[in-house]
Design a binder for this molecule. Structure first.
Ligand code: URA
Length: 183
């Protein structure tokens, strides 16, 4: 049975009660680059697709700035179901969903994972370190390189940090052999 089908009626945590749609993740199953966010928001819950709201539109632009498109990468979240009122994920929810995310990573086997924001970074790297401390450097998760950076929702509130994230994305591009535009 595919992971997607196994997850369809997931009740490992209580978030299933209020979800409209489980947001599995989407993109290229052979992607060299995987983005991992926190959890679905309202738009994602309604559509059943990751990063389709305002933060998602910014993520799409970030991917396009790298000279590739959403169809070239894989996009998933730590939690597959929306926390009520977009509250922060709870530790036991992250624990319940961790196996799902690990399975996805093991299926995609990307060369690089970009974790978006505090929760995805701490969850994937199993650390308590702050995002401002760890961002911009490569770490490893099961031999896969992990680049933590700020979450696009944070960039919507702090647009001056966009240049910081662009530096982080350029490190990923270099690692993947993508051409970095001059300028
Ligand atoms: N924020 C996230 O972390 N993930 C989404 O899918 C949308 C917004």
């Amino acid at each position: 049975k595919s992971l997607y089908k196994k997850l369809a009626d997931c009740k490992r945590c209580t978030l299933y009660k209020k979800r409209k749609n489980l947001v599995f993740g989407e993109g290229n199953p052979y992607a060299a680059l995987m983005f991992i966010g926190e959890a679905p928001g309202r738009d994602e819950d309604l559509k059943g697709r990751p990063f389709v709201g305002r933060a998602g539109q910014l993520l799409t632009k970030m991917i396009e700035a790298m000279g590739i498109g959403r169809q070239d990468v894989y996009i998933a979240n730590c939690l597959k179901c929306r926390p009520p009122e977009n509250r922060n994920p709870l530790p036991d929810e992250l624990d319940s969903c961790r196996q799902n995310m690990n399975s996805q990573i093991n299926i995609i086997k990307p060369r690089v994972i970009c974790t978006l924001g505090k929760f995805a970074t701490q969850n994937v790297l199993n650390t308590e370190m702050s995002i401002s401390k760890v961002r911009g450097k490569f770490y490893e998760y099961q031999k896969i390189k992990v680049m933590p950076t700020f979450h696009p929702a944070y960039l919507l509130r702090n647009p001056s940090e966009k240049k910081t994230v662009w530096q982080d994305l350029q490190k990923i591009m270099k690692e993947l052999g993508l051409k970095i535009p001059r300028g």
